[in-house]
Design a protein around this ligand. Structure first.
Ligand SMILES: Cc1cc2nc3c(=O)[nH]c(=O)nc-3n(C[C@H](O)[C@H](O)[C@H](O)COP(=O)(O)OP(=O)(O)OC[C@H]3O[C@@H](n4cnc5c(N)ncnc54)[C@H](O)[C@@H]3O)c2cc1C
Length: 475
């Protein structure tokens, strides 16, 4: 765990960096450290400490300052200054990374919150700032009867923060990732140039930004695809006797497209693992779908099925109760050594069964669970999103919610993450890069495989001084 320990840098240690001292002596204006900007660069302890954390609570890196500005020009100015002064820059959306990916030691964090504007809602698209949350996007589109086709389970993530990793949701099987549903972006590159990119215009940049881990540019504006929003959702919480039947029904449902969203879960209970499927069918008006027809032939324990009808907006916000609970009992601020992987259909039974044999409830923690959700590989088109070769793929996520804030326990779980990752890799699986364990540059090369030249060449072209987003340690 040496790499992890190296990454855990205490705030006080970093505060001794020369640039920070000079800025503090300057009353926090930072004039003597960074060039003049239209917005502000904050060098105070409060701003820097906030940017030295993330939801993972396992890595802390103290930046020298934090840029607050809604101007592309300011981002460009700071990026050019960083290139000249051998500093690094990291954009930060909502800070929900779990392994320091939006952090930067002694560099400048760009707080993307000022880029939260909803610019324009059209009939089939919305243009938003890269720092807008998906919640804010929805608040602007739902009154017009429109919705992004894919939403993450949690709405308080930033648009830029999910586009650079992918952004998976319950409807991914039909619509791909969020990164497959972006039409155009304004990006400030690592050379401080603002470029508008799309599949037709500057496609090299467009393809390297989507699921490209923020390595080539900062997304300041994104035009997102919209579809008609349903009014209501009929939701079924199904329970299965075992892994095999859970997988079989997921395959059947994805092939028949009976539901709009399907998400599987394996939950630790005192009596062992419980296998669940959360299936949702969207509808409009007062006529919910026929439960019997929708559930016909499935192998769930029908007596335990709990159909419910709820407004679409409430369905999308379904994690809010869990967040409230975890905030109230303190678990929201515990370490979150999450592991997110993709496993192909041909290996899913053996891989997941093997891991279930090794895992204990304590490895997931109180309220923790395993996500096991199927989607069609062909729906995902972002070239840097690495997936197994199988036509059907499962998101296999260990949502670990430790009952303790012990650093030693977090270390233990991150060591376990590495071992599970290696086993999944050996079975043709891949990583969803929002996971908590150290990845070396060599690991990233292996991860991207045949897609590595795309990212490497884009890095060379758009961020030749390697200024941007060092938290992945990919270059
Ligand atoms: C409670 C919770 C639920 C989640 N649910 C899902 C889910 O359902 N599906 C899913 O796919 N993921 C999910 N995630 C993971 C999440 O999508 C990623 O961690 C995402 O990167 C978080 O975005 P952020 O803005 O909050 O994070 P940040 O930590 O601020 O940023 C994440 C990364 O993006 C970079 N970045 C941020 N903004 C920009 C920008 N404008 N331009 C370029 N780079 C940028 C940062 O530098 C960093 O590398 C979940 C995470 C949490 C904590």
């Amino acid at each position: 765990m040496d790499a992890i320990r190296r990454a855990i840098l205490i705030a006080g240690l970093a505060a001794s960096a020369g640039g920070v001292r000079r800025a503090a002596a300057d009353g926090g204006s930072g004039k003597d450290v960074t060039p003049a900007v239209d917005g502000t660069v904050r060098f105070d302890e409060e701003a820097r400490t906030a940017a030295a954390q993330d939801f993972g609570h396992v890595v802390q890196r103290m930046p020298a300052g934090v840029l607050h500005s809604a101007s592309d020009r300011d981002i460009a100015t700071i990026i050019r200054w960083a290139a000249d002064s051998a500093r690094k820059i990291a954009p930060r959306g909502q800070g929900h990374s779990v392994f320091g990916r939006s952090q930067v030691q002694d560099g400048i964090v760009i707080d993307m919150a000022p880029f939260s504007a909803i610019h324009e809602v059209g009939n089939d698209r919305v243009s938003v700032g890269g720092g807008a949350t998906w919640r804010a996007v929805l608040a602007a589109t739902l009154p017009r009867g429109l919705t992004p086709p894919v939403l993450t389970d949690y709405l308080d993530l930033s648009v830029g923060g999910t586009l650079v990793v992918g952004g998976i949701g319950g409807t991914t099987s039909r619509h791909g990732m969020q990164s497959d549903n972006v039409l155009e972006m304004d990006v400030v590159t690592g050379q401080g140039e603002t470029i508008t990119c799309s599949p037709a215009s500057n496609p090299e940049l467009f393809h390297a930004v989507r699921a490209g881990l923020g390595q080539v540019g900062v997304i300041t504006r994104a035009t997102l695809r919209l579809v008609a929003a349903p009014q209501k959702v009929r939701r079924y919480m199904l329970t299965y006797p075992d892994l095999k039947t859970l997988l079989a029904d997921q395959r059947r449902l994805v092939a028949e497209e009976r539901f709009d969203a399907v998400q599987g879960a394996i939950v630790p209970t005192p009596s062992g693992w419980t296998f669940r499927l959360d299936a949702a069918r969207y509808f409009a008006g007062d006529h919910p779908p026929d439960d019997k027809m929708l559930l016909a032939g499935l192998s769930d324990d029908r007596a335990a099925a709990k159909p419910a009808t709820l407004p679409y907006a409430d369905y999308l916000d379904r994690l809010v109760a869990l967040e409230k609970l975890l905030r109230s009992n303190g678990q929201w601020s515990h370490p979150h050594p999450w592991l997110m992987l993709f496993v192909g259909d041909s290996h899913v039974q053996s891989v997941v069964a093997g891991e279930l044999d090794r895992l204990t409830p304590a490895d997931l923690g109180t309220f923790g669970q395993i996500v096991l959700s199927i989607f069609r590989r062909a729906a995902v088109t972002s070239p840097l999103l690495r997936l197994p070769d199988d036509g059907l793929v499962y998101a296999f996520n260990l949502v670990r919610l430790p009952a303790t804030d012990s650093a030693a326990e977090a270390d233990r779980l991150m060591t376990a993450n590495r071992a599970i990752y290696e086993r999944v890799l050996a079975a043709g699986g891949t990583l969803y890069p929002v996971s908590a364990f150290p990845m070396s540059a060599e690991d990233w090369r292996r991860h991207f495989g045949p897609a590595w030249p795309l990212l490497r060449e884009a890095k060379q072209r758009f961020d030749p001084d390697h200024v941007l987003t060092p938290g992945y340690e990919a270059f």
